[in-house]
Design a binder for this molecule. Structure first.
Ligand code: COA
Length: 390
């Protein structure tokens, strides 16, 4: 049975910071951010967006009424969840008006959560071919003002509808994965910001890639030649390039050129949005699908997922006939071009304005935020969500 991505969309908040401005303000050479790290703009999340609303806004744009009644499993991958107990997916289930005969859970393993959801969705559909699964990947990446990870922040969500006979990409059966208990990046429950050992994290990301890729090659007998493109988890876009470079020489000159060209295209949205943690790999896939005009039905795309702590996986998908007809390139580009640029001091102000954690009541002005679904405040320790069109 063919199982895979039937629909895919993304959402990011309406505010951004230009990396050149951040570099000037932090007294580093702009090229460090734009070339050394490979980021141009960074999405900034206003107080009226959180991982729930980002995911709900992403899913809103891809689902029709039939999907809403057919979805029987919602899996929400995130590492910036808003509650230790209740799944962020349950809020989204309500905000989207999904069928109540559904299972809903949140999955966490740093930036790997959405990949776990995708693979579990595959198993669920194999047993229940009529089912549709909503996979949500949503995060706000916060390292803190004036930290070394500051330039690798961002915010956004990717929503994917997984089904049998998908219109965009089938997932191939074989995948290779690896778990090891390491401390390269983590966020204790008492901290709003992540802790990261940047150099170690980079090393482990590459180390995991090499291991799962070698294992994948051994088990499938596929080679670099067999891939039209490889998409990477991209906390910042240079990171994926570093991993690709470690294996690229195994391919012919033509393969090397193709993979490097397609890598450039696969970072189009990521370099303008920044890090969205678990959604980053899928934002990269979307960048490739919506910007590489030469892709064809039958092309094989490799995907490398990495979640610090750490779990890594290499898997692949095959593009389906007419997949381009089911993408939303124009809407995604409009989302990015209609954003408002912030100065560095405005970004700092937005960054520091967070929801209270002492149980006080807050009512937020959602009029400043063009998103359809927003956080409207907190009352009785409960976040209040609003869909402006309902
Ligand atoms: N022009 C071009 N490139 C420049 C430059 C300039 N003027 N100045 C610096 N650079 C390059 C450096 O050479 C380096 O490139 P390299 O890694 O290819 O050698 C890159 O810019 C970063 O510089 P570095 O000195 O390593 O930056 P840093 O010590 O401030 O670290 C991060 C910044 C972002 C790399 C680090 O904080 C990090 O890795 N953070 C996040 C990691 C992560 O997200 N992990 C978890 C998920 S996997």
């Amino acid at each position: 049975m063919k199982i895979g991505i039937d629909k895919i969309g993304f959402f990011t908040p309406n505010l951004y910071l230009d990396m050149n401005q951040l570099a000037l303000n932090r007294e580093v050479e702009p090229e460090k951010f734009t070339i050394g790290i490979g980021q141009e703009k960074m999405a900034v999340s206003p107080i009226t967006q959180d991982p729930v609303t980002l995911a709900a806004n992403a899913a809103l744009k891809i689902l029709n009424d039939d999907d809403k009644s057919d979805i029987d499993l919602v899996m929400f991958g995130t590492e910036s969840g808003i509650d230790h107990s209740k799944s962020a997916g349950v809020y989204v289930h309500h905000l989207l008006g999904l069928n109540s005969s559904a299972r809903t859970v949140e999955l966490k393993q740093a930036c790997y959560g959405a990949t776990a959801a995708l693979q579990l969705a595959k198993g669920h559909i194999a047993l229940n071919p009529e089912s549709k699964v909503l996979v949500l990947a949503s995060d706000i990446a916060r390292y803190g003002l004036q930290t070394s990870g500051e330039a690798t922040q961002g915010a956004g969500a990717v929503a994917m509808l997984i089904s049998a006979n998908p219109k965009i990409m089938t997932l191939e059966d074989k995948s290779t994965y690896l778990t090891a208990d390491i401390m390269d990046f983590w966020r204790p429950t008492y901290s709003e910001e992540a802790f990261v050992d940047g150099k170690y994290s980079n090393e482990q990301y590459i180390n995991f890639f090499q291991k799962v890729w070698q294992q994948y090659k051994k088990e499938t007998e596929l080679r670099l030649e067999d891939f039209t493109a490889i998409c990477y988890h991209l906390p910042y876009t240079k990171m994926g390039l570093k991993a690709l470079r470690t294996v690229i020489e195994d391919g012919s000159k033509e393969t090397q050129e193709r993979l490097l060209d397609n890598f450039e295209i696969s970072k189009t949205y990521n370099k303008n949005v920044g890090n969205i943690y678990t959604g980053s790999l899928y934002l990269s896939l979307l960048s490739l699908l919506e910007h590489q005009a030469n892709l064809e039905s039958g092309d094989r795309i490799g995907l490398y997922s990495y979640g610090s702590g750490a779990v890594g996986e290499f898997f692949s998908g095959i593009l389906q006939p007419c997949f381009k007809d089911y993408l939303q390139k124009e809407a995604h580009e409009k989302l990015l071009t209609s954003r408002k640029e912030l100065s560095v001091s405005e970004y700092e102000e937005v960054f520091l304005k967070t929801l209270p954690i002492d149980g006080s009541t807050v009512e937020l002005d959602v009029g400043q935020d063009p998103a359809e679904i927003c956080v409207a405040g907190i009352k009785g320790h409960m976040r209040q969500y609003i869909n402006k069109k309902q």
